[in-house]
Unconditional design. Structure first.
Length: 211
């Protein structure tokens, strides 16, 4: 074998190995998607989440609440309110347009997002219609940056793990490329107030509008 060719081939293989095993770049705060972005998820439920399979279409919209402007992920199940500047999850608005749940303080990642990073948050889950709140301690960890395959394709995604004192265990795959959770596994233990259950959500199609 030609030695020059062998050296070049070996160097190419080494570069390919390094590239495939290089650590993921950190994820910094970024502008949100624009209203009008639409995506469809396949959903499979069991236990306290209900039963059966189906599809849920979501759209990013603008919403007013408490005299302030928010972004909202709107579906037939309601609307998740998101702060337009920082991306914090503020609350859930029911299909009737009334606030059902408020997180105080709002839920947010600790930037920069990097594999191995973790954080703990103490917050109140408020139910305005019932006039009550529940204290929760939640812990989130960035477990990996990896390929994940769903019906919409294969994406590079950060894998997050969320556990909290209510008995919730969530595993989420977030793709920086499309700025969506492309896969989610939400699990409830027997400790959860409504009992054990499981929901698996996977991205099926999308049309996102970036800033």
């Amino acid at each position: 074998m030609d030695k020059t060719f062998a050296r070049k081939a070996g160097a190419a293989l080494l570069l390919a190995w390094v590239a495939s095993n290089a650590p993921a770049q950190r994820l910094d705060p970024h502008p949100p998607l624009r209203p009008g972005s639409v995506w469809v998820n396949s959903v499979q439920n069991s236990g306290s989440f209900g039963s059966g399979e189906g599809e849920v279409q979501s759209m990013l919209v603008e919403k007013n609440w408490d005299g302030r402007q928010f972004l909202g992920i709107q579906s037939t199940e309601g609307t998740l309110l998101i702060h337009p500047a920082g991306g914090q999850w503020v609350g859930l608005m029911g299909a009737d347009g009334q606030i059902a749940v408020v997180w105080d303080p709002p839920l947010a990642w600790e930037y920069p997002v990097e594999v191995g990073k973790s954080w703990t948050r103490n917050f109140q889950v408020k139910f305005p219609a019932e006039g009550r709140s529940v204290p929760v301690e939640g812990r989130q960890m960035v477990e990996a940056y990896e390929d994940v395959t769903v019906p919409a394709g294969t994406f590079k995604a950060y894998r997050f793990r969320w556990t909290d004192s209510t008995g919730t265990i969530n595993t989420d795959w977030y793709s920086p490329d499309v700025q969506l959770f492309v896969k989610r596994i939400q699990e409830r233990s027997a400790q959860y107030p409504q009992g054990p259950g499981r929901r698996e959500t996977m991205l099926k199609s999308y049309n996102v509008l970036k800033q």
